[in-house]
Design a protein around this ligand. Structure first.
Ligand code: SAJ
Length: 420
């Protein structure tokens, strides 16, 4: 079998490499010449553990080639972005264009798979109308399915192999052919269903997380009223065998969890109330965090003030800043008239105008340290070695050891804890 992968990003490239490493002839396609070069010259344009070695092997053995236009193949895999527009509606233009681009190359007997996370019905409403233009009979001449990825950045290769997969076909045969293909490297179970259900399942999984995090954030906002430490309360609640409350924080980032629920809001309208409110609750956290920071400074009679933000990545131990709540928290802080200096050991280049390349530089004349990301480096800091203008720290991820910071003379504040 030969496979043509359209879209060589965070999902498409690892998937292409994986098939190529398992003896499948793969051709990668991307409209971005830099992504194509990353295969031709084995120069990565994205970072992922284990990707470079696997890419080298695939290219050296001649199983992986690339260009900016598609080629004929037995299977086409579409893995392009499906972002949201500023008005929170789904932007399916990339899916449409990618599908249109393969139309001249699709032949009788081919299988077309959509991997991108999309609103339910995208295969039916966006892909099929394009594929009809091949003149082939959909479902008998060509097969179509949705096989969403479910991997977490940083552990993509492990999860590509071991996670269960949900495969939804426009008919049974489409689903079965897709299962057969992924069995090339997937060791997890492959569950078969219809395309729309598979689309919903993927979006549902991320929405579940978003709603659960919103619940935690709502409780965190109520901590002062309730006079509790919400982290402690969540820890105890989670000892219940059927309870799994997620954790509060300065916001929800990344390109999945903060995006996918909007697909359901768009489709559900008035009916998608909990999902809509949860999204808004999570989106309100950067402002809440900034206001809390200012309130702490006010209580300490510090007017204006300088904030040392620790953490720009959207979550702990990744180098990814996309949709990071930190960016918004910083904007809100600046809006309140505060000066901001930031530091993130995982973001190597200067990707933010407030960024410094050392902890010392960020903290030296700061009035408060604001922790926004739970990087292991931050957890390992010895607060005795950190010098600031005022010894005040605000931990929004419950990742610092309160006792050791207090022993080092810091006034310690925790998001969602009334006992600050
Ligand atoms: N977060 C909280 N509280 C929590 C958990 C997370 O505030 O209790 C925040 C994080 O700090 C981060 C954001 O949520 O800003 C998202 O982080 P994440 O680790 O939950 O998710 P992602 O975006 O890295 O990956 C998710 C995964 N989905 C699920 O776990 C259901 C992954 O499996 C998907 O493949 C990926 O989305 C995707 O591509 O859809």
């Amino acid at each position: 079998k030969t496979v043509c992968v359209v879209g060589l990003g965070y999902i498409g490239l690892p998937t292409a490499v994986m098939f190529a490493n398992h003896g499948v002839k793969v051709h990668g396609v991307d409209v971005n010449p830099a992504a194509v070069r990353s295969i031709q010259e084995k120069q990565l344009h994205i970072e992922e553990n284990g990707l470079q070695e696997r890419l080298n092997k695939a290219v050296d053995e001649g199983f992986l080639t690339a260009s900016t236009t598609p080629v004929e193949a037995d299977v086409f895999i579409v893995a392009v972005p499906s972002p949201i527009n500023p008005d929170k509606t789904a932007n399916l233009e990339y899916v449409r264009q990618a599908t249109a681009s393969i139309v001249p190359y699709v032949k009788k007997g081919n299988l077309v798979i959509l991997e991108s996370t999309v609103p339910p019905k995208t295969v039916e409403r966006i892909m099929i109308p394009e594929l009809v233009k091949t003149g082939l009979e959909i479902g008998t001449d060509i097969y179509v399915s949705h096989s969403p990825e479910r991997v977490i950045p940083g552990r993509i290769f492990e999860e590509l192999v071991n996670n269960d997969r949900i495969v939804g076909g426009i008919n049974r045969k489409s689903a079965e052919l897709t299962k057969e293909l992924y069995e090339t490297f997937v060791k997890g179970q492959i569950h078969l269903t219809d395309a729309t259900t598979a689309e919903l399942v993927k979006v549902m999984e991320n929405t579940y997380r978003d709603v659960n995090i919103a619940f935690a954030n709502e409780l965190a906002k109520m901590a002062d009223l309730l006079d509790v430490n919400i982290w402690e309360a969540i820890k105890f609640a989670n000892f219940h065998p059927r309870v799994n409350v997620h954790f509060p924080g300065p916001g929800v980032g990344g390109h999945c969890i903060a995006v996918d629920p909007w697909f359901l809001v768009e489709l559900g309208g008035e009916k998608a109330q909990i999902i809509n409110m949860s999204r808004n609750t999570n989106d309100s956290m950067p402002k809440f965090t900034a206001q809390k920071t200012q309130a702490i400074l006010n209580r300490n009679k510090i007017a204006g003030g300088k904030v040392a933000v620790l953490g720009l990545a959207f979550k702990g131990n990744v180098d990814d800043m996309r949709e990071s709540p930190s960016t918004e928290v910083i904007e809100e802080l600046q809006h309140l008239g505060l000066e901001v200096v930031s530091y993130d050991p995982h973001i190597k280049e200067n990707k933010h105008e407030t960024q410094t390349q050392s902890l010392e530089e960020a903290t030296k004349d700061a009035n408060i340290i604001l922790v926004l990301t739970d990087h292991n480096e931050f957890k390992a800091y010895n607060p005795l070695t950190i010098s600031t203008q005022n010894k005040i720290v605000f931990d929004t991820k419950n990742c610092l050891n309160r006792e050791s910071w207090q022993e080092a003379g810091f006034q310690f504040h925790l998001l969602g804890d009334a006992k600050n």
